[in-house]
Design a protein around this ligand. Sequence first.
Ligand code: NI
Length: 186
Amino acid sequence: MAVLEVLTVPHPVLSKKCRPVGPGEFGEDLARFISDLAETMYAAPGVGLAAPQVGDLRRVVVVDPGNSTSEQDDDGRPTNPRFLALVNPQIIEASAEKMIYEEGCLSVPDFEENVTRPRKVHIRYLDESGKPHQKWFEGYDAIVVQHEMDHLDGVVILDRVSRLKKGRYLQKRQKVRVRADGTLEY
Ligand code: NI
């Protein structure tokens, strides 16, 4: 297990669309990557992490929305981590009912924004051994899963605010220009 470096905006990898994990890619290497991703999430600490946030363009996320309430050791890591790994996740149904939550992101430090999303989502995904699953997520769990899935399409919470607000944030962090179409100029 290893704690990986979490990339922050405006790193170009964070705006790339990730590729699906192929049938021949399940095995030791993927399992190791997933456990590293989970360890990085707990070390941050965070409640979810997507592969592109550590520079990997496979469609893989880990989530543990219960993290903040579980018991922690002296280093602040959960003593009994129960994360869920979702490989190639897809939303197959979403509730019409929405929910607004103030989201933050490890890749967008010192920034929070109210984001509106479906309150319930039915997700189809593969586990780390390639076995298919379907699961309903609701409330905060649904928010976390949808936020992480956005990363797989190169979308961060900064892309959900006005160009002005995005530009101000990025200028504060470093000298990067936002073009009229919302893309970044380095
Ligand atoms: Ni995020």
